[in-house]
Design a protein around this ligand. Structure first.
Ligand SMILES: CC(C)(COP(=O)(O)OP(=O)(O)OC[C@H]1O[C@@H](n2cnc3c(N)ncnc32)[C@H](O)[C@@H]1OP(=O)(O)O)[C@@H](O)C(=O)NCCC(=O)NCCS
Length: 188
């Protein structure tokens, strides 16, 4: 794999490595029940900081990860979007997942999709990945809409239970969306 560039820039968004100043707004997002609706619970500041540390460790190990997202001229930090190795075992792992989490005030502008397109392009070109997947709770329609806008495809046969969530938990059942390098390339 080639070394990651410092930033990936699109028409409106910029994906970059994390800065210390991102930690406070990230903690505020992770404490917001609207942002965390499809996660088991909101995060405390120390848990949010520990997540940033894990994201940074992933960059250190693989040269790619969940980039901090900036919208130049609008906001220095609106959340993250990027690529990372799934951290659990399932029939489709090991795999590289694409994921996103934006502060509530930045939903509804297309920023997640634009940022994800930059991450996909990097994953299939610079990193030469064969496939990128994404998954979420069946009921998380906003996240599924991002996956569909990206041209990712769901096969119901791939649906799975998230191992970290107990049986009967409303968020346990997940859908899996896939995009392979061939289909991505064919899309142009
Ligand atoms: C999932 C999440 C990133 C989706 O955010 P989003 O704002 O719906 O997605 P996008 O940034 O792609 O924006 C798409 C919306 O912006 C609108 N939009 C406005 N201006 C736009 C523009 N210039 N270009 C593109 N879309 C634009 C689109 O029409 C679309 O609106 P719609 O949802 O009413 O159809 C966001 O809800 C989130 O961070 N949730 C919390 C964290 C989370 O659950 N992450 C996923 C875990 S699996």
């Amino acid at each position: 794999m080639t070394s990651a560039p410092e930033t990936l820039s699109g028409d409106r968004v910029r994906l970059r490595r994390w800065r210390d100043e991102d930690r406070a707004p990230f903690a505020a997002m992770n404490a917001d029940p609207r942002v965390m609706e499809f996660f088991p619970r909101t995060l405390e500041r120390t848990e949010s900081d520990a997540l940033v540390d894990r994201i940074e460790a992933h960059f250190g190990r693989y040269d790619f990860g969940l980039w901090a997202v900036e919208v130049p001229g609008v906001a220095p930090f609106i959340g993250f979007t990027g690529l990372h190795f799934a951290q659990f075992s399932a029939p489709f792992t090991p795999c590289v997942e694409i994921g996103w989490r934006l502060a509530y005030g930045y939903w509804g502008y297309g920023y997640a999709t634009e940022a994800a397109r930059l991450a996909l392009a990097h994953g299939f070109s610079a990193l030469a990945l064969a496939e990128i997947v994404s998954f979420t709770s069946v009921t998380h329609l906003r996240s599924r809409a991002v996956m569909e806008r990206l041209g990712m495809r769901r096969d119901p046969a791939d649906d799975f239970d998230r191992p970290a969530l107990p049986e009967g938990h409303p968020l346990r059942r997940h859908v899996l969306y896939r995009l392979d390098a061939g289909s991505y390339g064919a899309k142009g």
